[in-house]
Design a protein around this ligand. Structure first.
Ligand SMILES: NC(=O)NCCC(=O)O
Ligand SMILES: [Zn+2]
Ligand SMILES: [Zn+2]
Length: 435
């Protein structure tokens, strides 16, 4: 089948006072060992500058051993940012921009900026993406926990409940509807957010929902573990939710309410996580998954009978290629497509451990998990890079994949706009006379 495409990763990302332990080379090597042959990473602007951010990430990605693309985060708004968005789309191969509604005081943006950003995305044919949590309410929830003396990792989950994810998802969907531009909701972690997406689909709105592996297969119980290091490794945002959300997200994936699976691979080792030993607000947010995604999704979704093999290919590869407008170069095994191919043996089994994984992290949130379905061979760009449990990767061999604007989600947007414009000239307007 076609190699996996991970739509959501953070390699070499500077975040919360530290930098992810996996860079482009180690993260990609891990990905290839798990059957993923392309990923799309988020460029974080430097002091709000998109061009400086793009340069920094181009440099970071130089040691790539796997193909990759870029999304770009928008963290402030002015004329320069608006112009640079155009440069990113027209000259740099970026066709998606992420807006953070959380991380108050660092990445978070206002609704006013969100609206400006949505309008600009629409005019450029670029997909708007949101991290949907209400950042003001999260800050309030965090203060509440600290005042109550709850400083451990469980405070992370308690301070940002699903309601805050549901509210921000609903707000982003409604504002994207107001602008009439397609929306991509990253890391959908709760029933609350998923139901907002389902509602939007019922009204015909183009909204993509991306669950991530951690949300699909884990629950929040580990955050209450007595051992700080164990609990802290599960801290990510939005938080991993209580049991029940995982199963509901799986069901939504199988019924196409949610469309594709990412990882949000953003790894910090136990020393880095210990930055928050006295205060959960300082624990760097993020979990692993780039190597485990293909295995865990096979086992959880196909082996359990919830989806077909064809759907597995769609949610791990093809859908991503289509949404980001690089199909059939990627996401397909066809004449003319890139030779990114995996052989997954459904009768073979996998076991996950930090002792044997390829990430640089000393922990793994899926430690001890076993299941059916193992990627035995990975071919990237026509070269066998994973076979007999051995990697054969070369730094610098990965290519930057440019992603053109106006993907299929933009089909028909102009017609909806035209219908809206003509509705403004309703009979009452035309017949009104001056008094
Ligand atoms: N998700 C997370 O906890 N870390 C990565 C940054 C983000 O995607 O919000
Ligand atoms: Zn996010
Ligand atoms: Zn992320």
């Amino acid at each position: 089948m076609p190699g996996g495409i991970d739509p959501h990763t953070h390699l070499g990302m500077e975040f919360m006072g530290t930098e992810t332990i996996d860079d482009f080379f180690s993260g990609q090597a891990a990905a290839l060992a798990g059957g993923t042959t392309m990923h799309i990473d988020f460029v974080i602007p430097v002091d709000g500058s998109l061009t400086a951010g793009f340069e920094v990430y181009t440099e970071k990605a130089k040691r790539s051993c796997m193909d990759y693309g870029f999304h770009m985060a928008i963290t402030k708004w002015d004329e320069v940012v608006a112009r640079d968005m155009e440069v990113m789309v027209k000259e740099k191969g970026i066709n998606s921009f992420k807006f953070f509604l959380a991380y108050k005081g660092s990445l978070m943006i206002s609704d006013e900026l969100l609206l400006q950003g949505f309008k600009k995305c629409k005019s450029l044919g670029a997909l708007a993406m949101v991290h949907a949590e209400n950042g003001d309410a999260v800050a309030e929830g965090q203060r509440r926990m600290i005042d109550l003396g709850i400083t451990g990792p469980e405070g992370h989950a308690l301070s940002r409940p699903p309601e805050l994810e549901g509210e921000a998802t609903s707000r982003a969907i409604r504002l994207a509807g107001f602008v009439n531009t397609p929306l991509y909701v990253v890391h959908v972690m709760s029933i609350d957010a998923m139901e907002e997406i389902a509602k939007a689909h019922k009204s015909g709105q183009k909204v993509v929902g991306e669950p991530v592996v951690s949300g699909l297969v884990l629950d929040d119980s580990w955050l209450w573990d007595n051992d700080f290091s164990t609990a802290a490794k599960y801290v990510m945002s939005p938080p991993i939710r209580k049991r029940g959300h995982d199963k509901a997200l799986q069901a939504a994936l199988s019924t196409k309410i949610l469309q594709l699976v990412g990882t949000d691979h953003c790894t910090f080792n136990s020393t880095q996580k210990a930055l928050g030993i006295d205060d959960f607000r300082k624990i760097p947010n993020g979990v692993n998954g780039i190597e485990e995604r293909m295995h865990l999704i096979w086992d959880t979704m196909v082996e359990s009978g919830q989806i077909s093999v064809t759907d597995y290919v769609r949610i791990t590869s093809t859908e991503c290629a289509q949404i980001f407008n690089i199909y059939p170069k990627k996401g397909a095994v066809l004449a003319g497509s890139d030779a990114d191919i995996i052989i997954l043996n459904p009768n073979s089994s996998f076991e996950i451990s930090a002792r044997s994984h390829h990430s640089r992290s000393d922990t793994n949130v899926y430690e001890g998990r076993r299941g059916k379905g193992k990627v035995e061979v990975t071919i990237a760009g026509g070269k066998v890079v994973w076979e007999h449990d051995e990697l054969n990767v070369v730094p610098g061999s990965g290519r930057y994949i440019e992603m053109p604007p106006f993907g299929h989600l933009f089909n028909g947007i102009d017609k909806v706009d035209a219908a809206y414009m003509s509705s403004l000239h309703a009979p009452v307007q035309r017949s009104r006379t001056a008094s």
